[in-house]
Design a protein around this ligand. Structure first.
Ligand SMILES: C[C@@](CO)(OP(=O)(O)O)[C@H](O)COP(=O)(O)OP(=O)(O)OC[C@H]1O[C@@H](n2ccc(N)nc2=O)[C@H](O)[C@@H]1O
Ligand SMILES: Nc1ncnc2c1ncn2[C@@H]1O[C@H](COP(=O)(O)OP(=O)(O)O)[C@@H](O)[C@H]1O
Length: 281
């Protein structure tokens, strides 16, 4: 039986679009926190150059799977001869704004860097991960963080409350690309600060565009607000929304009552990624 390694989801506790770069990518300010809701990955050795995957997400082929792409990228960039089979127990919904694909890629890089003794530092691994997606570096960084740039300039936030959340997936997938290319999206919000976030400025400026294009997301936000939850908002570019519950029991109760076409989970915030090792640099 090989070891299972977690690839946890993230929430964006706030998100603000403050500009757009010449290459089209948007400059953001966001706060990332991990949650105790995770895909599980197992790795077994294969002859050099052989990469395979079982158990992945529906509709994602082996070749395009971010785990397989991450493993290939690590092998090619390190100039080593390795192969690997990845078995994935996929539970995180696709296109949910909780970073499942990015987290799978990050856990693959972290674990194979150890198993293959590639010797990359955390920063080198983050730079490699960025080639696979804007959200990959935070999972390698491994701690709750304030993020700027396209989400890769990270400042650790040590003491965020590890709240109990109700997370709802309203049964539809939102394309990140579609939201960022929407003509009506406001792209020039004035920059905010860590202090303003800690003082309660927690909104997500993608929310109005997402709700206008995907009314079901707005319905989920209204439904969560009608329960005894605080700070209900969208994570990332959606489609998932979440709110803060009083305690674990209240989160479980509310999560068990969502309308049948939605999926829901009672989850808890984590300020440290389960694969984070402070001894690694
Ligand atoms: C919005 C965020 C916030 O955490 O999360 P998700 O909703 O995806 O989870 C991320 O920045 C998403 O990161 P990620 O999902 O890795 O995005 P990518 O694959 O790099 O980009 C998908 C597409 O979104 C657009 N994009 C993405 C990030 C960004 N800062 N500006 C952009 O304009 C680009 O059009 C790009 O082609
Ligand atoms: N292992 C993977 N898990 C999820 N999605 C993946 C994976 N590999 C590639 N993808 C692609 O990445 C897209 C974004 O996935 P995901 O990270 O789950 O969403 P989001 O960025 O909205 O949180 C998916 O729609 C899928 O096409």
């Amino acid at each position: 039986m090989s070891i299972s390694y977690p690839a946890p989801a993230k929430l964006n506790l706030m998100l603000r679009v403050i500009g757009q770069r010449p290459d089209g990518y948007h400059e953001l300010q966001t706060v990332f926190q991990f949650i105790d809701f995770a895909d599980q990955l197992q790795f077994s050795s294969r002859p050099p150059g052989l990469f395979s995957r079982t158990g992945g997400a529906e509709g994602v082929s082996e070749a395009e799977d971010l785990t397989v792409r991450a493993a290939r990228l690590l092998m090619e960039s390190a100039g080593i001869r390795e192969g690997v089979h990845i078995h994935m127990h996929k539970v995180l919904p696709l296109g949910g704004g909780i970073g499942g694909g990015s987290s799978d890629a990050a856990s693959t890089l972290i674990v194979l860097n150890r198993l293959w003794r590639t010797g990359y530092s955390r920063e080198e691994l983050m730079a490699l991960g960025k080639q696979l997606g804007a959200d990959v570096p935070i999972f390698i960084f491994g701690r709750s963080a304030w993020a700027e740039g396209i989400g890769e300039q990270l400042t650790a936030l040590e003491n965020l409350p590890e709240s109990h959340y109700v997370l709802v997936h309203p049964g539809i997938a939102v394309s990140t690309r579609e939201i960022f290319t929407a003509p009506e999206l406001t792209r020039q919000h004035p920059p905010s600060t860590i202090g303003a976030f800690l003082g309660g400025a927690m909104n997500n400026t993608l929310e109005s565009t997402v709700c206008a294009r995907y009314p079901e997301v707005g319905h989920a936000i209204h439904w969560l607000r009608s329960q005894s939850l605080r700070d209900v908002r969208l994570t990332g570019s959606g489609a998932c929304v979440f709110g803060v519950a009083e305690d674990a029991e209240s989160a479980r109760n509310i999560a068990s009552q969502v309308p049948p076409s939605w999926r829901s989970w009672a989850v808890k915030g984590l300020n440290q990624h389960p694969l984070y090792d402070p001894a690694e640099h």
